[in-house]
Ligand binder design. Structure first.
Ligand code: ZN
Length: 272
């Protein structure tokens, strides 16, 4: 479909109304295809959470936690939020590092990435069967490390990861590092499922399943979250909304970064 889109643009050009119409029509079909097969949040609610104890060793978790500042130094996107996780803030109660930026996590932690990806896909094929409904293979939409201090919460019972297929959360903190911050899902019968989520464990769920995090009461809670979707592998330094095509956020980020490093705007590359 992308080849067809390029051909349409190449032959007609953007100045031809019919071509622009074609472009819009094809683009909307692509975006629709990217999410049409996903369960609705109501359907996802009946699908079970998968909790795998100790998927990663303490040493693997430690190496990852220690590398986060270095990944930031290499250009991983960073975003700080207020306690309610919505409003940007320098205070950084909730700091997110987008470690999939330029595939930094995939390159620097290849075995861990493969283990997490395999666990996510296994959970889906064993319990939900969503990925097989997708028109093609799933890719990484986002891999983010959340560092949440006191009062930080995702306190919205009907929150879900819209547009993604599978979400996998990896606990990086030890039990004694924080209190509060319990992860929970809202089940179909109205009950909450609160897994005993400990360091090295992963919890895997359909991205459209309602989930939330209670306020952190003390300490610092660290988790790594990966979302797989049907779309391109994203390398832009944020949680992208665009399934295909060049992301303007990346463009902006690259220009900013290029100015910072080279003192001028660089030439956009294929990855960006
Ligand atoms: Zn993007």
């Amino acid at each position: 479909m992308r080849r067809a889109l390029s051909a349409a643009l190449g032959i007609g050009g953007l100045g031809v109304a019919r071509t622009l119409y074609e472009w819009r029509r094809m683009n909307s079909i692509e975006e629709h295809d990217a999410e049409a097969f996903l369960p609705t949040p109501q359907q996802a609610q009946s699908l079970p959470l998968v909790h795998r104890k100790g998927l990663l060793t303490e040493a693997e978790v430690r190496s990852l936690v220690e590398a986060v500042p270095a990944l930031r130094a290499k250009g991983a996107g960073v975003f700080s939020r207020t306690a309610d996780s919505i409003v940007p803030s320098e205070a950084g109660t909730w700091q997110t590092t987008y470690v999939h930026t330029d595939q930094l996590f995939q390159k620097n932690f290849a075995p861990l990435f493969k283990k997490l990806r395999a666990a996510a896909l296994e959970a889906d094929s064993a319990h939900w069967g969503i990925a097989k409904e997708a028109p093609g293979e799933l890719s990484v939409r986002v891999i983010e490390v959340h560092e949440v201090s006191v009062a930080g919460a995702l306190n919205h019972p009907y929150h879900f990861d819209a547009g993604s297929v599978v979400t996998i959360d990896l606990m990086l903190s030890e039990d004694e590092d924080y209190t509060g911050g319990e992860f929970e899902t809202l089940e179909l019968d109205g009950s909450s499922n609160r897994p005993n989520f400990q360091q090295g464990d992963v919890i895997i769920f359909p991205s459209h399943k309602y989930h939330s995090v209670q306020p952190v009461q003390s300490g610092l809670r660290r988790v790594l979250i990966m979302e797989l979707w049907f779309g391109e592998t994203r390398t832009c330094p944020h949680r992208c909304e665009l399934h295909w095509g060049k992301c303007s956020y990346s463009d902006h980020y690259e220009k900013w970064f290029s100015r910072l490093v080279h003192g001028k705007e660089g030439t956009p590359t294929a990855e960006w």
